[in-house]
Design a protein around this ligand. Sequence first.
Ligand code: SAM
Length: 180
Amino acid sequence: MIEVLRLGHRRARDARITTHVCLVARAFGADGVVVAEKDDALEKTVRDVVGRFGGPFTVRTGQAWKPYVKEWKKRGVVLHLTMYGEPLERVASTVRGRDALIVVGAEKVPGDLYELADHNVAVGNQPHSEVAAIAIALDRLTDGAWARRHFEGPVEIVPNPRGKTLINRTNPPGRPRGST
Ligand code: SAM
């Protein structure tokens, strides 16, 4: 079980990037995402994607981060992604296979998080993006298993070297299933 906790989401400014945090978490092997700030529209967007492309994947917003991190520490490992941390390669090999909460920020994260996290983990020591950091961290923590996962949603993309092939099982009865 791997969950992502997103801190510092500002609804007006970060709507798109937090949506990407959620979609990347889902696509790369997390079981759910929790956003500290309340955002009903974000929840709806993510649930719509899960409804069409499959799950299971949970999304919840409006969760106070500190008690959540403390609770998580009782049942798994808490990894805070930050460019100031220790190298991902070193940490991943010690925590792979354990339940993990991956915490990412937006601008500045609360200082206490550096103390509370079991590991402060850097995906390289250059500033980049929470979206990239989550993708690479999940890849390393799952040892690439995300690539073999089948989501079995009502809408499925069939790999196609050219053009788009989509199986759409949400079509109403009487209309042809599957479209290209
Ligand atoms: N000063 C921030 C930091 O501590 O990494 C960079 C802010 S960045 C806009 C937003 C989030 O992206 C950070 O809170 C962190 O979770 C993630 N992030 C950015 N660069 C990272 C890196 N090199 N390694 C791990 N996480 C990173």
